[in-house]
Design a protein around this ligand. Sequence first.
Ligand SMILES: [Zn+2]
Length: 269
Amino acid sequence: MNQKMLTEKALELLKKLISIQSFSSEEDKTADAIGEWLTSFNIPFKRELNNVFAVNKHFDESKPTLLLNSHHDTVKPNSAYTRDPFHPHIEDRKLYGLGSNDAGGALVSLLATFVHFYADANLNHNILMVASMEEESAGPNSLHGLLPKLPKIDVAIVGEPTLLDLAIAEKGLIVFDAKVKGTPSHAAHPNEDNSIYNMIEVLEWFKNYKFDKVSEVLGEVKLTVTQINAGSQHNVVPAQVDLVIDVRVNDKYTNAEIAEILKGKHPAN
Ligand SMILES: [Zn+2]
């Protein structure tokens, strides 16, 4: 198939994917559409839940394998969305619609690339194409959960919106729920152990704490308190304050090490 036709077919698929609601864990219909699209090229594929994957025609275990991956789930449209999120339409050569950018555009480009090389008998490597689910929710059935069922992977290209910049690494994410305790009381009574005041020291600590090891490619670990919740009445000192801490992890630490460090050191402990 010539490249112009393949581009048309990729665009057609992207419009279809946009028109089908595919929030994380509910992306069965977009998985159907991707499967049908591969079938239209007579390319056999496998499906695990809503993950769709295929290998090149002349797959050879003795060759290294290149993974092409992107996801077909989307987040929910945010409240500031002014267009119909499920109506794909082109304006000024831009295709609008929910998931057109993250990650539909990258996904159909990788799929078209896979189709282009699918039947090539002279590749010096294999190609494994995975259109994956639950990326946005980092769910158990996302690529991470699928890996044990895939052939051994030597190198990967993952499609995500980066304005066409090549990124060679990505920070990890770990989210903590923490509780800062105190003594509950009526606001009229003396209380030296007010959980909300105890937060001052805790927030200072989180604001200033720095992980020692800085990565050459990913920089520092970024630690941010993103949610605080406490109290229900004006005259009651709450027993505890709940907080959520978002940590973007570099390649110098595992998530488990980050958890150990935070558990051992922070004053909310
Ligand atoms: Zn994405």
